[in-house]
Design a protein around this ligand. Structure first.
Ligand code: SF4
Length: 87
């Protein structure tokens, strides 16, 4: 896992600011967990772990990652990994 760890009861969240493209999917998706006006800005226990995981999987940059501690499904990367080249 990369980035800063935010420890929760049933899920840990990791955030790597160097990857964040500020698309705000996280803030829009679960403002009770992701709130840039609060410190810490991520509260993993602010919602149910499956909901936190779902929003993290929508992060377009990979800046957010998670580890479930409640036996829930692990993060599922895009398979197969693809690389697009611009003309
Ligand atoms: S969804 Fe990902 S890329 Fe977008 S603001 Fe949140 S952490 Fe950054």
């Amino acid at each position: 896992m990369r980035g800063k760890q935010y420890v929760g009861e049933s899920i840990d969240v990791y955030y790597d600011v160097s990857l964040c493209v500020h698309a705000a999917e996280c803030v829009r998706g679960l403002p009770e967990v992701f709130d840039t006006k609060r410190k810490p800005w991520i509260l993993p226990d602010g919602a149910e772990a499956p909901d936190v995981a779902t929003v993290i999987e929508r992060c377009p940059s990979g800046a957010l990652q998670f580890v479930r501690k409640d036996g829930g499904d692990a993060e599922t990367p895009d398979v197969p990994t693809s690389v697009k080249l611009n003309d």
